[in-house]
Design a protein around this ligand. Structure first.
Ligand SMILES: [Zn+2]
Length: 293
């Protein structure tokens, strides 16, 4: 009997040793934050871009490929936002990698109709790619991650499902709170640097009426800026949102000409200190916007 117990003990010890964590690499801190919720203690999650990075443009480094070469799962934003991720994935030469497009199943906004050409700037044919900025889409992202992680580690399926349910509940409970906070945003018009916020605006009932970029990915020009100033004056726009990775120069000069306030709005987890995870990102954004009312 004693012998048997020892054998069982050794076997348990061995499986414990052999149980490696699921290695997940995400393009963005937002996807990484949600992956941590689903993976819990059973996953090791890293992101390539940092919170303050401009996700459209990330320089591909060999160290990223090395990281992905040892990973089980790669999480892409998709919709043409993190096109650099393909170079990281290809360069990793990891044949076992499960690649997840986290935009799968998302109802995208601003899907362009008609012909698309280069004169339109950085146009995304499948719609605006900043979809994680609607908390409801966070649940869809989590669902995509759940599918992948249960494929990589089917033995712990139940734990991942419990984690997923807990995350959904957390989002749901916070949505009630955020929607209440957002009641004061009714009628709020803002201008933003880049077209980052349509999902946030739709979720919480404010309006983005113009952009400092003449077209997505195109630097501000004098003629566009003067038109924007006229528009802001006629619509009495008092708020400019600047993503932390854009220069404050154009927003500040437009603010000076219109009497508007510039808010540094974090589009990603870690873009400002208070946005420590996916939930805290919305806490930060809503308290920023609410303070303008
Ligand atoms: Zn964009």
């Amino acid at each position: 009997m004693k012998k048997l117990l020892i054998v069982i003990g050794v076997l348990f010890g061995l499986t414990g040793l052999a149980m490696a964590k699921v290695a997940i690499v995400a393009s963005s801190t937002d996807l990484a934050s949600i992956a941590k919720e689903i993976g819990g203690d059973l996953a090791e999650v890293n992101s390539i871009a940092q919170g303050r990075s401009n996700l459209h443009y990330v320089e591909v480094l060999p160290s990223y490929m090395l990281k992905v070469s040892k990973a089980d799962i790669y999480l892409k934003v998709g919709l043409g936002l993190d096109m650099w991720a393909d170079a990281v994935i290809d360069g990793s030469r990891n044949g076992k990698l499960i690649v997840v497009d986290c935009s799968t199943g998302i109802e995208t906004l601003e899907r362009p109709s008609g012909r698309i050409d280069a004169s339109m700037g950085d146009i995304h044919p499948q719609g605006n790619p900043h979809y994680w900025l609607d908390p409801a889409n966070g649940v869809e992202i989590a669902r995509n991650i759940l599918t992948a992680i249960t494929k990589a580690d089917p033995e712990n399926l139940t734990i991942y499902q419990v984690n997923f349910e807990a995350f959904c509940l957390k989002v749901e409970n916070n949505l009630v709170k955020w929607r209440k906070e957002a009641e004061s945003l009714k009628g709020l018009s803002v201008v933003s640097y880049h077209n980052t916020w349509p999902y946030l605006a739709k979720a919480f009932g404010f309006e983005v009426v113009g952009f400092i970029e003449p077209k997505p990915g195109i630097e501000p020009t004098a003629s566009h800026t003067s038109q924007l100033i006229d528009l802001m004056k006629s619509k009495e726009v008092r708020v400019i949102l600047r993503e932390p990775y854009f220069s404050p120069r154009a927003p500040e000069s437009i603010a000076k000409a219109t009497g508007a306030t510039v808010l540094v709005a974090p589009p990603s987890v870690g873009a400002v200190a208070s946005a420590t995870d996916y939930i805290a990102l919305f806490d930060t954004l809503l308290s920023l916007l609410k303070a303008t009312r």
